[in-house]
Write a protein that binds this ligand. Sequence first.
Ligand code: ADP
Ligand code: MG
Length: 359
Amino acid sequence: MSIMKDMLGANESLFKNEIALDYSFIPKLIPFREKEQRHVAFCLKPLFQARTGKNVGIYGPPGVGKTVACRHLFNEIGEESEDISPLYVNCWQRNTSFKIMLELCEQLGYKLTHNKRTDELFAVVKGILNKDKKALAVVFDEIDKVEDFDFLYMMLEELYRKSLVLITNYKSWFDELDERIKSRLAMDGVEFKPYNPAETKAILKQRMDYAFVPGVWDEDAFELIAQKTAQLEDIRSGLHLMKEAALLAENQSSRKVTKDHAQEALRKIDTFNLRRSSDLTDDERSILDIVKKHTGQKIGDLFKLYTDLGGNSVYKTFQRKIKKLEAEKFVTLEKSAGGKEGNTTLVSYKDIAKKLTDY
Ligand SMILES: Nc1ncnc2c1ncn2[C@@H]1O[C@H](COP(=O)(O)OP(=O)(O)O)[C@@H](O)[C@H]1O
Ligand SMILES: [Mg+2]
């Protein structure tokens, strides 16, 4: 019976390696980021020659390969050189100098961290690097999440051979950095721009080959997902959609992922989750709520609504939070000239859900 032939058996799966769809999976090749990786590598190069390296500031919107390109490069460095310790710290989880030093100690293999203060932990880091005559290359990802800069001062002042690579989604975070730190860091800036549709498709195709049994995807199903991902300019949405569509197919015991499955995945996508709105603070979320209800209005008017509703931030902070929402692509900003109050900014809610299901 052909119906039975098209159905998956109980032990069969469309997935070959589901983990390859995790956001944190690091593929062997990172296409379309050679230039950016080369720039970072160039800044680290002096470390190989027993000199100190340059520091790097990386910025660009979410889901454009900043993290994966750096981790991939750092893995390579780790394999190639005995003289450099390449470390990676995500500041979303380690958001204080103390937690960061603890993490660095652990990554360097030091376990007796109990009861030690930040400066003591840093002395351990320094000691290990000196003893082994090693240079330190460290990525601080999501650097905008850190609450204090002591660790940066310590590292900048007391480590002789090092490169610090700071990553953020908000270029404005670098601009607003304290002049004293900024001049000490003297960073090379590296921008990550969104991928074009062809690049997006190639990246998703690579992941598809890692993750799925060959031939299970109908071409038009994949095409639809690639196209939507290119519109959203965030590779993570494509990984999420591929997984969802395939799970829907599996639930129906289908041997193929069809366009219907892809469309269904698009309909049920939790855009909020996708955009990691959980990364927003309560305050930012309530600001986003206000923009959603009053989309297209002037920033000043929105601020008034915000304070009327009991919001505590002053105007300057409010503006900064709106900028962050823009960087995370929750809202769009548009300058409007003229009017009796002069220039102002109009803030609009970005309805990704609509964009996604609009096919
Ligand atoms: N050029 C690329 N090649 C392969 N995978 C990529 C590439 N760019 C992004 N990705 C994948 O897309 C997802 C998002 O990338 P990520 O590095 O986390 O973005 P960012 O740090 O800029 O927010 C990750 O799963 C990553 O592996
Ligand atoms: Mg990242």
